[in-house]
Structures are given as C-alpha cells and as structure tokens.
Design a protein around this ligand. Structure first.
Ligand code: GLA
Length: 410
C-alpha cells in the first residue's frame, strides 16, 4: 500500500514538475511577426538574387522596415528565419552554423541587431535527420541545438517535422526539444508542426501537444492562392470540435502564414484572410515583402481593430456557426462579453449578395442580449448602431469577401 502510494506521489510530482517546467510564460496571445518562407522560399543564390536570397541582409532589411513603417507598433514583433539558413554541415564541435556566405556576421550578430530594434528573432530547425529542404536536422542534437539557439539570443523556434524515422521518434523529438529549450532558461516561443505530421497516421493528442508547444500547424502549407486559404478555413471548420477548445493563452492552432501583400489574393480574399485569421485566434506571421507593400495591404495588415480581435486577452478561438448555401457565419467570444462575427460569402460568381441573420443566433443567444452596439470593422469601418436581441441584421458581402463585425453588449 505504502509503496503504491509513494509511486503515485512520485508520478504526481513528475506530472506537476513537467507542467510547470513547460509553462514558458510566452505566447499569452497569438504571436505576431514576419516569416520568410512563403514569399522567399529557399533562395540561396545571392549573386543572382541579392534582394531575395535567404541572407542576413533580408532579415536586417525586414527588421528596419518593421520599425520604420509601423509594423512593430501594430504588434508584429518577431522577425523569423525559416528553412535554408544553415551551412550544409555542422561545425567541428557538432553545432549548427549559418551559411557563412549568406550570413557572414552569424546569427548571434543578427539577433543583436534585431534586438537593438526592439524586435525578436525566430529561427528554424527540424525534428528529423534533415530539414524539409535537406539541411542538417536536429535529430540526436536536441540539447546542443537548444543551447546554441539560446546562446545566440533566439526568441522563437519553428520546429518542422520532416524526415523523422517513426511516429515515436517524431513525438519524442517534439517533447525533447521542448524540454531542451526549457532547460536553457531563455523564454523561447516553440512553434510545432507535430499534429500535421502525425495526423495521417494517428489522431493527435492536443492536450499533450499544448503542454509542449506554443503553437502548432494542423494542415498543409499555405500558398499564395484563394484555394489554399479556402482549404485551410474548411479544414478548420470541419475539425473545430476537437481543436477550438484546446486553444488559449500559451497555446494556439496555427493555420499558417498571412500571404496578404503578395500576388495570389484579390482584395476581397485578402480581407477574408485577415478577418478569419482574427476569428481563428491565429498566430499572425506575415510572409511578404515589407519593403514593397501596397498601401491597401498595409492598411489591412496593420488594422488596429482586427488585430485587437486577434489578440483578445480572453484567448478563445472562434468557430463556424452555420453554413447557409454560399454563406458562412463565424463567431468568436471576446473579453468583456463582446463577440466578433464574420460573414463570409463563398460564391465565386456574380456580384455582392445580402445575408440576413437573426442576432438571437449569436453566442447561444447571449451575444446581443438584451441589446448591443454593432461596429463593422472590415471591409470598411462602419457604425451599425444599437440592436436588440430579436433584431435581424442584413449585410452585403462581395464574392469571396468577408464582413467582420464586433458586437459590444449594452
Ligand atoms: C515545411 C513547412 C513549411 C516550411 C518548409 C521549409 O513544408 O510546413 O512551413 O517551413 O517546410 O522547407
């Protein structure tokens, strides 16, 4: 009896220690920043493409623009390196090192520069033997790599899941890197793709994933296209029963980068991505060229009201309430009993269409009860005035566009 009790006490102590050890205190709201992948991919030829290759120049220039053009002030804080930053081999002491031609000053100096601007630096590695693009992976080196990143002053690690030899090694690797980062004592946001690589074979245990990761990808890479945005939103709605409840301060579902400001989305589609990433409480990592941004894209990405919804301190992820022909109605509970509501028009033919809905549908009848003030945030700011519980609202939505509203109770 006594032995069994002692064993349980030990198990309980380990569980508590683990939970405490892994609470790194970061990402209380979805992290925001810039990440090179979708826009710049794996450009390594700096002679041919000096402005586009993955090099220290790309990141210092992005950091400069982030400060000079209001991005930092809007909340975008992380400048993140993705795949392809490394030299093809580790150094003589087994440590990862940056490609010396593209990062002649090294990552430590880049981190110092980024920090001197009041920003934070993100880096990338992989749980397996090699990264997705074939550079050295962290398998067998988790502790050393975590220490290296911490010694460089890195603030975020995106840890990819390519080339793990088994599902067990994948899970073990994600856990071990989390523990190794934690052991460094430096608060480092831990961005995972664990459930995405696991899902084809096995149902992810999100309670466990949230214990180890600050955000996690569930689905395929975002592309600069409406099809990609649509498929991410649809996947999220179809799996909302299992993924929405797990999101909250410290751990977020990650539908991947914002591609606004690139080539593939129309204005309406860009509005939809921004509105829906706010509803989904998504980490907001832009992948675009901040040095050449159209004013409209900048207005949208820096829109204070949308960002406030994304960053709402209650930290509850939104969900789809209904799908009615081509229309989708989504809501997200916010702090102070407010709600964000998105009306998305999926029809890809014709012109603007009206969608009329009763406010009693929202927040299980509580969103506008007995009355509320309605503010339209996207596509344009507009005051809809005071409404009561039983009133209906009719909004006009352009094809593939979204109307984003905020309801504040009276
Ligand atoms: C995977 C990830 C992407 C990106 C690439 C880099 O596909 O999902 O986000 O990091 O690898 O090779």
């Amino acid at each position: 009896m006594a032995a069994a009790a002692a064993r349980w006490a030990l198990v309980a102590a380990v569980v508590v220690a683990l939970a405490v050890a892994l609470d790194n205190g970061v990402a209380r709201t979805p992290p925001m920043g810039w990440l090179h992948w979708e826009r710049f991919l794996c450009g390594t030829d700096c002679a041919a493409e000096p402005d586009r290759c993955v090099s220290e120049r790309l990141f210092t220039e992005m950091a400069d623009v982030m400060v000079a053009e209001g991005w930092k002030e809007a909340g975008y804080e992380f400048v993140c390196i993705d795949d392809c930053w490394m030299a093809p081999t580790r150094d003589e002491r087994g440590r990862l090192r940056a490609d010396p031609r593209r990062f002649p000053s090294g990552i430590r100096a880049l981190a110092d520069y980024v920090h001197s601007k009041g920003l934070k630096l993100g880096i990338y590695s992989d749980v397996g033997n090699t990264t997705c693009a074939g550079f050295p992976g962290s398998y067998g080196h988790y502790e050393l790599d975590a220490q290296t990143f911490a010694s460089w002053g890195v603030d975020l690690l995106k840890f990819d899941g390519c080339n793990a030899d088994s599902l067990e090694l994948l899970a073990e690797g994600y856990r071990n890197m989390s523990l190794a980062l934690n052991k460094t004592g430096r608060p480092i946001v831990y961005s995972c793709e664990w459930p995405f690589y696991l899902r084809p074979m096995q149902q992810p245990n999100y309670t466990e994933i949230k214990q180890y990761c600050n955000h996690w990808r569930n689905f395929y890479d975002v592309y600069d296209s409406w099809n990609s945005i649509k498929s991410i939103m649809e996947w999220t709605a179809l799996h909302q029963d299992s993924i929405v409840k797990i999101a909250g301060p410290g751990g977020w579902n990650d539908p991947d980068m914002l591609v606004i400001g690139n080539f593939g989305l129309s204005w309406e589609q860009a509005v939809t991505q921004m509105a829906m990433w706010a509803i989904m409480a998504a980490p907001l990592f832009m992948s675009n060229d901040l040095r050449h941004m159209k004013p409209e894209a900048k207005w949208l990405l820096q829109n204070k009201e949308v960002i406030a919804i994304n960053q709402d301190p209650l930290g509850k992820q939104g969900y789809r309430i209904t799908k009615d022909k081509n229309f989708e109605l989504w809501e997200r509970p916010l702090s102070d009993r407010a709600y964000a509501v998105a009306v998305l028009n999926q029809q890809e033919i014709g012109g603007p269409q009206n969608f009329t809905f009763s406010l009693t549908f929202l927040g299980n009848g509580l969103a506008c009860n007995p009355a509320c003030c309605i503010q339209q945030i996207l596509p344009t700011s507009r005051d809809w005035g005071v409404h009561n519980w039983v009133s209906s609202l009719s909004v006009e939505v352009n094809p593939t566009g979204t109307v984003l509203l905020k309801l504040v109770p009276l």
